[in-house]
Design a protein around this ligand. Structure first.
Ligand code: ZN
Ligand code: ZN
Length: 341
């Protein structure tokens, strides 16, 4: 029988439609896998075309006379501008803030065809360390309220450029969605005297059924009330409200688990389009006891349709426990060896 499950963090209800349930492998992408060249002469993110992008904010390694592994540049078509001032105007029912913000692009590799799921862990770690460096820098700007780190992989995830990259947008306001999650987390803390995410992690680790993989400092799992098939969250095991609190050793460990999770999705579901995002506390709430940052990977296997738009409720056709079991069984090492032979 289908059931309605409630997400503890958002209070949102999800229909887990086991009547319409599909076996996890049925969702695997059947698209013909395109052969991608490692260098594309017209790609602005490929090495040699640095002049086509705005001047870089950060480069790794920093020495200018050696080839780069990764670059951070301002987005040429930025949604917000760092040159504006966030002046707020309120007039009767209307309120507006000038379009101040920072919109970075992180070019993850010089290789046009490389994928995070298949990169060495040390490369993934380098990218996560860049996120942290830029996150820390942006946190210091008192005009910034919220920093959102995200990646779009594939057309269905909204990417416009094939070259592997992720983005970071810092805004002078905090969205209603983030505020509501924060208020919900605070209410839980008041009721139970503990972080609800820490509580959830303890329960999930005891129960095991929704765990995908565990590392020294992080846990990857399917949410009990997962809104979409294979939506996988990675939580730090230590309580931390902000991504800015993560240590260098923890970042290296996160790189290992993130790469493993992406590799399991890649091999298990045939390189699905996906988004990932880091959900961290707004900059004015660093260090709170009631919120816990996490990384959310959302494969784009199904589409949002009329029911979701009309009701705000999602229908998930894969049981989260079945998705976790399926991902646990994807043997990344053997599959990787097989796919390169
Ligand atoms: Zn390229
Ligand atoms: Zn916590």
């Amino acid at each position: 029988m289908s059931e309605l499950r409630q997400n503890f963090a958002t209070k949102e209800w999800v229909v887990i439609a086991t009547e319409r349930a599909r076996r996890p492998e049925e969702l695997a992408s059947r698209r013909e896998r395109k052969q991608v060249a490692s260098f594309v002469a017209t790609c602005p993110f490929c090495p040699g075309n640095e002049k086509l992008t705005p001047p870089e904010v950060l480069r790794v390694p920093s020495a200018i006379d050696v080839p780069w592994h990764a670059r951070v540049i301002p987005n040429k078509y930025a949604a917000l501008s760092r040159d504006a001032q966030p002046t707020r105007t309120v007039h009767r029912s209307r309120r507006v803030v000038n379009g101040f913000g920072v919109h970075d692009v992180i070019i993850e590799t010089p290789d046009h065809s490389q994928l995070l799921a298949l990169m060495p862990e040390s490369y993934v770690a380098e990218i996560l360390h860049i996120y942290k460096t830029r996150y820390d820098e942006l946190t210091l700007d008192p005009r910034i309220a919220l920093i959102t780190i995200f990646k779009n992989h594939g057309i269905d995830a909204g990417t416009s450029l094939e070259h592997p990259h992720s983005q970071m947008i810092a805004t002078p306001v905090t969205s209603l969605q983030v505020r509501q999650r924060f208020q919900q987390a605070l209410r839980c803390f008041d009721d139970f005297g503990a972080c609800m995410f820490c509580q959830m992690l303890e329960e999930e680790l005891q129960e095991q059924t929704r765990i995908v993989a565990v590392s020294e400092h992080f846990v990857a799992l399917e949410l009990y009330a997962s809104p979409a098939p294979f939506c996988t969250h990675i939580y730090p095991r230590r309580h931390m409200a902000s991504f800015g609190d993560v240590s260098a050793a923890e970042i290296n460990d996160l790189a290992r688990l993130l790469r493993l999770t992406l590799a399991k999705l890649y091999h298990g579901l045939g390189d699905p389009d996906f988004n990932f995002t880091i959900r961290s506390s707004p900059t004015d709430s660093v260090g709170v006891k009631y919120f816990h940052w996490y990384l959310s990977v959302i494969p784009r296997l199904t589409r949002v349709a009329g029911f979701e738009l009309g009701s705000g409720m999602f229908i998930n056709t894969v049981l989260p426990e079945a998705a976790a079991e399926f991902l646990r069984k994807v043997d990344v090492k053997n599959t990787a060896a097989a796919s390169t032979s």
